[in-house]
Design a binder for this molecule. Structure first.
Ligand SMILES: [Zn+2]
Length: 453
């Protein structure tokens, strides 16, 4: 009986929405499922409560007061994550990365020194230098970005994202994973993405093999202002269409392949959808085909500008009465970003989407290399060739991903043991990509098959 229950848990058959005549096999890795089930709402609420307790985390607030301000918040996060070092068997290290920013002519009006708190969980495979980064910002603001005195709780923006990273630090550091994960608790966001800009430049300068950047900014509010819509079953993932760093050569290849919907960031977003929905029940990951909201940006943006695959996770309903507002009540409406408005069940599920994605990606082999769609010859079969990744563990097999050209997401996954595939699908009517996969089913990001004669 026990065995049957366990098997059922691992192989959950879940039917697709009405109108689709097939079932999707949700093959859950026990280790990832256990980590996702271990996310604690109690812990996450405590983190947001503690952050709110620093009263105002404006970048211009005190760096030395032990009880209030952005400096006290940095020290709190540093200590919090450091407390997980003993359980990590030497894998976890934590540092404060300081940087100078601002000046008389900037939004900050003067030069200040800020700190990013960076937790690094070292991968165990020395032959694999891939890195995954997950971001959130701990600075806050109220109705005036220059006000470093009045209450600015920032419970949702971005206490919710910080609570996600804090639990990921606790859960990932106690398990062995092959590649390195960096959890970046960033400052400087509200005055111009300074903390992320510093880290993205560092990653570029030090030539990190950064394969995925996931920014979590506002993932705990489920109620929309004005329309009063309530949703804690959908999370948005924003990803860029055409890379902001696109060169003339990249443009030529994109146009030739009609690949405007297949940037690296878009493949990462699709991966988050597939993996997040596999491990988190009652959750839909909504792909938004935009870099970010109109007139807004987030800490993923500086990473996109450095050419990395970077996306933003954000709640589906935003509440503008609670974002960047002074605490007050007017005409029966409560303004301000306070903890009472956080939906911690929503934070927990969104953390699960992040955790499942990072662990699945960390356990997977590297992407296949030189994936090519052979365009020569008039044939109704598609020919795709690729090479095994040169670093890390060797894939057990590959998935060829297929979708029709008017479809937003991959529709079929075909397992292939060779490093080539000849399939009865017209190359003109479909898009193709290839993923590496290990024996346990952990798949890499998708590498789009670009046409080559
Ligand atoms: Zn924010």
């Amino acid at each position: 009986m026990r065995i049957i229950t366990k098997t059922l848990l691992v192989f959950l058959l879940i039917t697709l929405p009405l109108g689709v005549n097939s079932q999707t096999i949700m093959n859950r890795d026990t280790r990832i499922a256990e980590a996702v089930n271990g996310i604690s709402v109690v812990n996450q609420r405590a983190v947001v409560q503690d952050l709110v307790g620093f009263h105002n985390r404006n970048n211009l607030s005190s760096k030395t007061d032990p009880a209030k301000g952005v400096g006290a918040a940095a020290e709190y996060l540093y200590q919090k994550v450091t407390s997980y070092i003993p359980q990590s068997s030497g894998r976890l290290s934590v540092e404060k990365v300081y940087y100078k920013v601002g000046g008389p002519d900037t939004r900050l009006k003067r030069e200040i020194t800020l700190a990013n708190v960076v937790a690094t969980i070292q991968g165990s495979d020395k032959t694999d230098n891939r890195v995954i980064a997950v971001l959130a910002h701990y600075d806050s603001r109220n109705g005036d970005e220059t006000d470093s005195v009045a209450y600015a709780p920032g419970a949702n923006d971005d206490g919710s994202g910080i609570a996600c990273l804090a639990e990921m630090a606790r859960l990932i550091s106690k398990t062995d994973i092959p590649i390195t994960v960096k959890l970046m608790f960033l400052s400087g966001e509200e005055h111009g993405l300074y903390g992320a800009t510093h880290m993205a430049a560092l990653a570029k300068q030090e030539n990190w093999n950064l394969i995925a950047v996931i920014n979590n900014d506002m993932i705990g509010n489920s109620n929309a202002s004005e329309t009063n819509t309530e949703t804690n079953t959908i999370i948005r993932v924003f990803s860029e269409n055409i890379p902001v760093v696109e060169t003339e050569e990249m443009k030529r290849i994109r146009v030739y392949n009609s690949a405007e919907n297949d940037s690296y960031a878009r493949q990462l977003a699709r991966y988050i959808k597939e993996t997040g929905e596999r491990y988190v029940d009652n959750m839909t990951v909504k792909l938004i085909y935009r870099s970010d909201r109109f007139g807004r940006s987030g800490d993923h943006t500086p990473f996109s500008r450095q050419g990395f695959a970077a996306v933003r996770m954000c709640e589906v309903n935003e509440n503008y009465d609670r974002t960047h507002q002074y605490i007050r009540e007017e005409n029966g409406i409560k303004y301000g970003d306070e903890i009472w408005a956080i939906d911690f069940e929503y934070v927990r599920k969104n953390t699960g989407v992040n955790l499942a994605t990072v662990m699945n990606l960390a356990l997977a082999p590297s992407v296949p290399e030189n994936v090519k769609l052979i365009t020569s010859g008039l044939t109704n079969y598609v020919n795709i060739i690729w090479e095994a990744p040169k670093q890390g563990k060797k894939p057990d097999a590959y998935y060829v991903l297929i979708r029709e050209t008017d479809q937003p997401d991959w529709q079929k996954k075909i397992l292939v043991r060779d490093t080539q595939a000849k399939l009865p699908y017209s190359k003109d009517n479909y898009f193709f990509a290839v993923q590496s996969v290990d024996e346990a089913g952990h798949e890499s990001l998708a590498s789009f098959a670009y046409g080559s004669r």
